[in-house]
Design a protein around this ligand. Structure first.
Ligand SMILES: Nc1ncnc2c1ncn2[C@@H]1O[C@H](COP(=O)(O)OP(=O)(O)OP(=O)(O)O)[C@@H](O)[C@H]1O
Length: 250
C-alpha cells in the first residue's frame, strides 16, 4: 500500500499541487487521471522522490520515504519498478540487456539466475524469443512490453507506469492495460498508472484519483466516476465527447 499525505508543490511561486492525499492499495491498479498540465507527472515524481514537494509525505507500507536519509530510502527504491513514458529503453542495448539492466546495477545475482529471471520476465510479457533483437527492430507495443519486463525484473512491490498507452493504437493499448492489470493481480503489486486514456479508466481503473488544476477533485472506482463525473471527465480530461458517446452506446 502507498499512502500520499498532503503533498503540495510549487515551481517559481506557482503552486502546481495542492494538498493531495490518497491511498493506493496492494493488488490493485490505481489510476491518476486529469487534463494535460494538471500535475499528474509532478505527483508521480514526488512519489518517486525525483522532485521534492514543499509539504507532505509518502508512505510505502507505512515506511516514510521523503526526507529520509539516502541509506534508508535504498530498500524502498529496490522495491519499485517504473515504466517510463515512451519506454525509455537503451537503444544501443538488446531487449535482453535492457531487461537485465536493473539486475546488473542493483544485485549481485549469479549470471545463470539473471539469465533465467530475464527469460522468465520476457516470457511473462509475451516476448519469448525476442531477447537478441534491438529496440529499433521491434514495434511500439513490444517496446512497452520490454519496459514492463524491465520494471518487474526486480520483483517489485510497487509499480509506476507513466502514460503506458501513449503512442499506441487502441487495440495494443488495451493489451498493455490488461497486461499491467494481470501482473498487478498475479504478484499483488501496488500499481499506480498515470493516464489520459478513457479506455483505461473504464477497463482497469479499480481506484481513480482525478486531478484538476493541481487539486484532487474526486476519487473512487470507474463505475461511480462514469455515473457522477461524466461531464467533468469529458470536459477536463478528454475534451472530445468520446466518453459521452461510449456512455450513450454510439
Ligand atoms: N520542473 C518544472 N519546473 C517548472 N514547472 C514545472 C516543472 N515540471 C512541471 N511543471 C509545471 O507543473 C504543471 C504540471 O505539470 P505535469 O507535467 O505534472 O502535468 P501533467 O498532468 O503530467 O500533464 P501531461 O498529461 O501533459 O503530461 C505544469 O504547469 C508544468 O508546466
Amino acid at each position: 500500500m502507498i499512502e500520499i499525505k498532503n503533498i503540495s508543490k510549487s515551481f517559481n511561486g506557482r503552486q502546481v499541487l495542492h494538498d493531495i492525499s490518497g491511498t493506493f492499495e496492494k493488488g490493485k491498479t490505481s489510476l491518476v487521471i486529469g487534463a494535460s498540465g494538471t500535475g499528474k507527472s509532478v505527483l508521480l515524481k514526488c512519489m518517486l522522490d525525483l522532485i521534492k514537494p514543499e509539504e507532505g509525505q509518502v508512505l510505502y507500507d507505512g515506511r516514510r520515504f521523503l526526507l529520509q536519509e539516502e541509506k534508508d530510502k535504498k530498500d524502498i527504491r529496490r522495491e519499485m519498478g517504473v515504466l517510463f513514458q515512451g519506454g525509455a529503453l537503451f537503444d544501443s542495448k538488446t531487449v535482453e540487456e535492457n531487461v537485465r539492466f536493473p539486475l546488473d546495477m542493483l544485485t549481485d545475482m549469479p549470471e545463470n539466475e539473471k539469465r533465467d529471471r530475464v527469460e522468465f520476465c520476457l516470457h511473462r510479457v509475451g516476448l519469448d524469443g525476442t531477447g537478441k533483437r534491438m529496440p529499433s527492430e521491434i514495434s511500439g507495443g513490444m517496446k512497452k512490453r520490454v519496459g514492463i519486463a524491465r520494471a518487474i525484473v526486480m520483483n517489485p512491490k510497487y509499480l509506476f507506469c507513466d502514460e503506458p498507452n501513449s503512442g499506441l493504437d487502441p487495440l495494443t493499448a488495451i493489451k498493455i492495460d490488461e497486461l499491467i492489470k494481470e501482473i498487478t493481480d498475479e504478484y499483488q503489486i501496488t500499481t499506480v498508472v498515470i493516464t489520459h486514456d478513457m479506455n483505461s479508466v473504464l477497463s482497469i481503473g479499480e481506484y481513480i484519483m482525478f486531478l484538476y488544476q493541481g487539486k484532487k477533485i474526486w476519487e473512487g472506482d470507474s463505475q461511480s466516476i462514469m455515473k457522477t463525473h461524466i461531464k467533468e471527465l469529458d470536459e477536463f480530461v478528454f475534451s472530445n465527447h468520446a466518453l459521452r458517446q461510449l456512455r450513450d452506446g454510439h
